[in-house]
Design a protein around this ligand. Sequence first.
Ligand SMILES: C[S@@+](CC[C@H](N)C(=O)[O-])C[C@H]1O[C@@H](n2cnc3c(N)ncnc32)[C@H](O)[C@@H]1O
Length: 282
Amino acid sequence: MSDAAPEPETDIVGDREGIPFVGAGPGDPGLLTVRGRALLERADLVVHAGSLVNSELLDAFCDHAEQVNSVGKDLEELVPLMRDAHEEGRTVVRLHSGDPAIYGAALEQMDALESEGVPTYFVSGVTAAFAASATLDTQLTLNEVANHVAFTRPQGKTLGPEEDHISEFVEMGDVTTCIYLGTHAVRETMDRLLEDGADPDTPVAVVYHASWPDEDVIRGTVADIADAVEEAGYRASALVVIGEAVTGGGYERSYLYGDWASGGSEDEATDDGATPTTEDMT
Ligand SMILES: C[S@@+](CC[C@H](N)C(=O)[O-])C[C@H]1O[C@@H](n2cnc3c(N)ncnc32)[C@H](O)[C@@H]1O
């Protein structure tokens, strides 16, 4: 019998060629996808996103691999590093926090690699907003409370004031607004909301390090959350969630477990809010 670790099944790692851009999830190694884990376990080089990727996850799944922290490195350094390793026949994984499709700047790296002849592809992860909703024991969409979710960030170096739509999302009333990259700017964001006429009692939660061992939740309102966040001292690594869904209350029962389940009319909703089709009912 051989001591070698069994090769992961092709249907778990997938059949794509090239460098996978893998979502590490929000922090808890248990929230990495099965495919992400299998890819990390066979990697020779893992280029990871630094402090938002839990070192426990790196220790657990890619201790054997060369690990490079991408923080502070520009594309001119990262792209040749990954390209050369790939061309030498090494197995490379680019590991982003959460899901690489959300505020990950993945595509510019992928395009640069593709233009050098290196194929790339995405492997989804659990984004911080989903971890935060689990921490808050709520849904981001909630029947009769929140019909939409906005993933957004506050104005700053990257986003001009005219591109900051937080007040518009909050004004809509039935949107759960999830603010990434905004922990340092909670007071400015809440001040702007108040200036723009938001209800001061609108619920807000700030979820620091969702799913990490030191996870923390600060609950409040548009009027008072900034004081509480400043008192706690958080300046980074938290998700700001605004809207009635934060409380998990005030919702109406969906149709799913009512008449429809026992053969009610066809225009009633499924648990994902869509009109059921014959397929939904199987
Ligand atoms: C550069 S963005 C990356 C987001 C990541 N791609 C995702 O899908 O979660 C970093 C921001 O995500 C949020 N974030 C990431 N992980 C988090 C966590 N575990 N708990 C709370 N917020 C988190 C914070 O707002 C942080 O400033």
